[in-house]
Design a protein around this ligand. Sequence first.
Ligand code: RP5
Length: 156
Amino acid sequence: MKKVSIIMGSVSDYEVMSGAEQILTQFGVEYEKKVISAHRTLDFMVEYTRGAKDRGVGVIIAGAGGAAHLAGVAAGLTVLPVIGVPIMTKGLGGLDSLLSMVQMPSGIPVATVAVNGSKNAALLAIEMLAIDDEALTDKLLKFRQEQAEKVLSSVI
Ligand code: RP5
C-alpha cells in the first residue's frame, strides 16, 4: 500500500497536524512526517516533494498557517494528490490560512479541508488510498458505522 506524507510549515503546526497521525495510525496506514517551509526551506521543499513518489508516497497532506503556501507549492511540484490543512492563526483566526490555500489557480488543485481539519485530511487521504484496496474500504465502512452508532446512542 502507498504511504501518506504529512508535511507542515513549522513545528508549531504539529499540535494540529498530530490529528492526522492519530487517524492514520488508527487505520494502520503508513506515513512519513516532516517540517518543511515553502518560504524558509524552498530548495529542500523541491527535493522532498519531487522525491515523494519514488519513496512510495500516494497522497500528501500539507498543514500551514498564515501565508499558507505549502500545499500549493507542493501541488505545483507533483501530480500526487495534495490535501491542504489551513492552520488556525492568532491574528486572523485561520481565515488567512484558508484563503491562501483554497484559492489555487486553475490547473493546480489542492483539496482544502476546514481550518485545523487534520483528521478529515487523513480520512480523505485514506479514502483515496482505499479506491483500489478492499481491506481499507472495509475499515472505512466500519469507522462510519461506529460513528453513526455513537451519534444514535447519544443521550440528552
Ligand atoms: C507558517 O507560519 C507555519 O505553517 C505556521 O503555521 C506559521 C507560524 O510559523 P512559526 O513562526 O511558528 O514557525 O509558515
